[in-house]
Design a protein. Sequence first.
Length: 111
Amino acid sequence: MSDGGVIASETLLCAQSDVPEGGAVKIELAGRPPLAIFNIKGTFFVTDDTCTHGEASLSEGEIDTDECVVECPWHSGAFELSTGKPCGAPCTIALRIHRFALHDGGIYLLD
Ligand code: FES
């Protein structure tokens, strides 16, 4: 029987304790582009890991925890982690951000 609701599938990405405060980790899942998880003062953000300007890994970028921004390690483009909006040249294409859930000490992808 169905109530017509949509049941989101959850995929465990990692433990919350795996992502250091002020840092990021890269997560690779089969069949999809790599993801980056950022920990900004205890608040998590999940985005695509690959910069929209090139092939750089944003989890290796410089993180500004006050501005909640990641700076790309290749050409210093930047993105707002909460929205994915580009906020530093040469990036002009938004970074994809992902919905997630936190429970039981884990970080779970919802899409
Ligand atoms: S690859 Fe990220 S700014 Fe160029």
